[in-house]
Every structure is written in C-alpha cells, then in structure tokens.
Ligand binder design. Sequence first.
Ligand code: PMP
Length: 377
Amino acid sequence: MKELLLIPGPTPVNGTVLEALSQETISHVSDKFVDIFKSAHNKVKILFGAKDSMPFIIAGSGTLGMEMALTNILDDNESLLVISHGFFGDRFVELGTALGLKVDILKAKPGEAVSLEEISKKLRSKYYSAITVTHVDTSTGALADIAKIAEVIKRESSDTIIVIDGVCATGGVEEKMDEWGLDVIFTGSQKAIATPPGLTMLAFSKRAIERRKTLKKTRTYYGDILRWIPIVEDPRKYFATPAVNMVFALEKSLREIIDSGLKDYFEKHNLLSRKIRNSMAILGFELLSKNSPAPTLSVFKYPDGVNDDGFRKLLGEKGVVVASALGEMKGKYFRMGHMGSLTEEELFIALKRIIEVLEEMGIKVNKGEVLEVFVES
Ligand code: PMP
C-alpha cells in the first residue's frame, strides 16, 4: 500500500513528476534544459502573481529563501520587523540576529494572527527597512491576510520592504505579489507544489532589486541575486550549476498545476481543509487556528484519552504519516498537511484510518456521522 504522507512537507509526489525527475541528466546549458528552465521561471511568476517581478529558482531549501530575502535587501544594523505566527516566524528573528540586523518582533498567541492595528501601531512608532510575514506558519496553521497586511504597511511606511514567506502557502493559497505590492516572496518545492524537497523559488520586485544594488555589501555569495539575474535573463550563462533534474520535476509539477487551473488548485485546498476540519471536529479534535485556518495544514488538539506517541505510531502502522506539533503544542497537538497532490479520496482514507486508531484506543466514535460530514462538507 502506498504510504500517505500527510506531514506538512514534504508532501506526496505524483508519478509523472517522479518520472520527470528520473530523466537522464543533461547539460545545464543544452537547448533542452534552457527551454525547461525558462518555462519553470515563467511558471514561478504565474504562481506568485508576479508579472513585473523577477523569479529565481535556486537549489537549497526554504531556509535559503529566507536568507536570500534578507541578505539581498538589508545592510548591517538596519531594522527589521518580524510578524510571527509561530516557529517559522521566529526563525526570521534568529536569522536577522545572526546577520547583525536590529530585529523587533510582533508575535501572536499560538493559532492567532497579529492584528492589523498592532502592525499599524508598531510601524508608526519606528522606521523599519523591512518587514517579514509568514503567509502560513507551519507550526500553528495560522493564515495571515497578506493583502490587508500589505495595505497597512504601504499606508504607514511606504518605504518598508515587504518580505513574504510562502513556504507553506504558495500554490495552496492565492498570492498576488504585484497587485498587493509585495517586494520579496519565496517558497519551497516540497509543500503545495508537490515536488521533492531541494529547491527554493523566489521573486523580487523591481524595488527590491534596486535595494540590492544600493547595499554597501552583501553577506552572501551563492545567494546574491545580482549573480543570478544574468542566469534568469539567459539560462545559457553560468554562475553555479542548477539542479537539472529537480528543475525537470518542478517544471512538470507546475505545468500540471497551471494547465489544470491554478484557481481550481486553490479551491481543492479549501475543500480538503474544510472537509477534514469538519470531520475532525466531530471526532473531538480542536483546531488550533480557529480564526484564520490555513487551507494547507491543520494543527489539531487531541481529545481526552488520546496520547500523541500512541496515536501517531498506530496511524503510521496503517500507512498514514502525520507530524508531531512544535514548541509548546508538542504532545498535545499533531499537525496534518493536506496540500499538494493529495486527493479527496486519499484524505478520506486517512480519515478512516484515524477513526480505526481511535477505536483501537478505546474511544467511542460515531463513524457514520463523521464520514457523512466529510462527504457533505
Ligand atoms: N518557512 C515555513 C513557513 C516553513 O514551513 C518551512 C519548513 N517547514 C520553512 C520556512 C523552512 O523551509 P525548509 O525546511 O525547506 O528549509
């Protein structure tokens, strides 16, 4: 039986994408690769809603995307405001501090989102060169309203560069980089885009590229966008060897997603998240992020009598892999990804396995009602 990988990344990869990945490796400056690389860059732009911004596809994980975002727009000692909805927001604080920036943080309670009023107040109190917001924080399942946050930032501090971490959102939630006025956005290959881990995709606005050009120095060599821009403009040029096979896989997956309709893909994520949340509620699992739930993953609190290790172990033995919670939620909650190539049928199977596990743990379950709620939601 195929394992159902329902952790919030990496996510299951379709056979067609694995086939693309396993093609013969070819020269990174061959016509064939150059065409595919160009096509992948164009598709990354579509994904981010980035007509006038420049896309980058770089070998490395999402954390490289975070690092490239900051090292390309900030000089030593500049001020950074981090809007944190959990573990991955906090990572920007660590990163900014390691880079010698002056970092302030606005942090929400687990599962909640920082309010627009708080952001507005903070921006009035001090000038920040840049602000980071995590679109979906993978530790809490909180979805940030990027359009509204960007509006507030533009109103209060129009020079502040806006950086969005889309690692657990892009592809599963709509992002309109240019329309919303975002400056830098990045994601990883291994979540809603349903490609193996290994690539970070970014886009920089014209303003962000100008920022890079005015920096006194940059603390990155490999991640310097000025070294990558010539490659984006003409993939025949060489700076550092692109991950040829990963680009095959990414291009294939993006082609499938875009050809079958990006809007439908977002809608699928909404539908699956609604179905699983409603069903799990009947089973007594409380959602951490009630007010702003993400369509890509859910963080569920165990009902009384269900222990974390036992639940995840039994479920794993039935071929369904979910993730432990992070930080203060560890042991009391678990995380379930429902993004990428996952189908309604697969999620339904996962729900049935969860019911079986609960029954084995001696919990009384109204199975018929739960399954009906899934189907009807
Ligand atoms: N940001 C978010 C929102 C994430 O979920 C993750 C990974 N889970 C990262 C950044 C870091 O990405 P990676 O693990 O690919 O370095």
